[in-house]
Ligand binder design. Structure first.
Ligand code: C5P
Length: 244
């Protein structure tokens, strides 16, 4: 674990190589961006909180049979992960209308969807991560039709596990974004993070539409108390899992 060469710096994480070519080290940062990095800031302690939240959730999913890239966490804001070739796709699952779905369709924020909606976006900052149709995704060779079906099935399974888990934490999982990759055996692994940066989480103990927000929308909308909200998510997850 001594060789530490920066492989890639993203908006929220830095990826380093390690002495094992199949293992990478992810350093979670406090930096926060929104609206395709047009809004920038820092959320104090976010790196540590998101790393721990993501580790708990990935471990939970692993225990339920969802293969993912997590190996372990050598420190509070660092995660050792299996190296994968990431699909240039953001797989978004929605249970309740919010964000871009409401903006683009007119569905009122808070509308419960009759069934979970799975969407694929092209992970491409220059193009602003556009929503893809299945035909466009195939046209661009971003995945095969079989892989699209597998990704959709995995996304729905993950949604079921996480929705139930968050419900037990008195949190509603409104929507979230997933990323997947292929390991050296071409097996699909869930990758990246699952955290308040990548999910919409609403506190079931609050009724006020702004007070109940426990995720990055607090930063996007300048609602304040971002750190407190992330900390509460971490605490509720740890309580539910019975970990200290
Ligand atoms: O903005 P939109 O409503 O499409 O986002 C849907 C979900 O995906 C939200 O939980 C948001 O935090 C997440 N997302 C993300 N990274 C992106 C785009 C969306 O984590 N680049």
């Amino acid at each position: 674990m001594l060789t530490k060469q920066k492989l890639y710096e993203g908006k929220a994480k830095i990826l380093y190589t390690t002495e094992d070519p199949e293992i990478l080290l992810a350093d979670y940062k406090d930096d926060a961006t929104a609206f395709n990095a047009q809004k920038r800031g820092k959320i104090v302690g976010k790196g540590q909180m998101n790393c721990q939240i993501a580790a708990h959730l990935l471990r939970l999913l692993g225990d339920r049979g969802i293969a993912n890239h997590l190996i372990d966490c050598p420190s509070l804001n660092q995660m050792r992960v299996k190296k994968v070739k990431i699909f240039p796709l953001e797989v978004v699952v929605r249970n309740i209308a919010a964000g871009s779905l409401s903006l683009q369709t007119g569905l009122a924020v808070g509308t419960v969807l009759p069934q979970p909606l799975v969407e694929f976006y092209y992970k491409n900052d220059d193009l602003g991560d556009p929503l893809l149709t299945c035909d466009r995704l195939l046209l661009l060779n971003l995945a095969t039709l079989e892989q699209v079906e597998q990704l959709k099935n995995l996304a729905l399974q993950i949604n079921q596990i996480l929705s139930d888990f968050f419900n037990n934490c008195a949190i509603t999982l409104v929507d979230f974004k997933l990323e997947f990759g292929l390991d050296q055996n071409q097996k699909i692994l869930l990758a990246d993070e699952i955290s308040p940066d990548t999910c919409r989480l609403w506190n079931q103990n609050e009724t006020d539409p702004q007070q109940k927000i426990m995720d990055k929308d607090r930063f996007r909308q300048d609602l304040g108390q971002v750190e407190t909200a992330y900390q509460q998510v971490l605490e509720r997850i740890m309580n539910q899992l019975g970990v200290k």
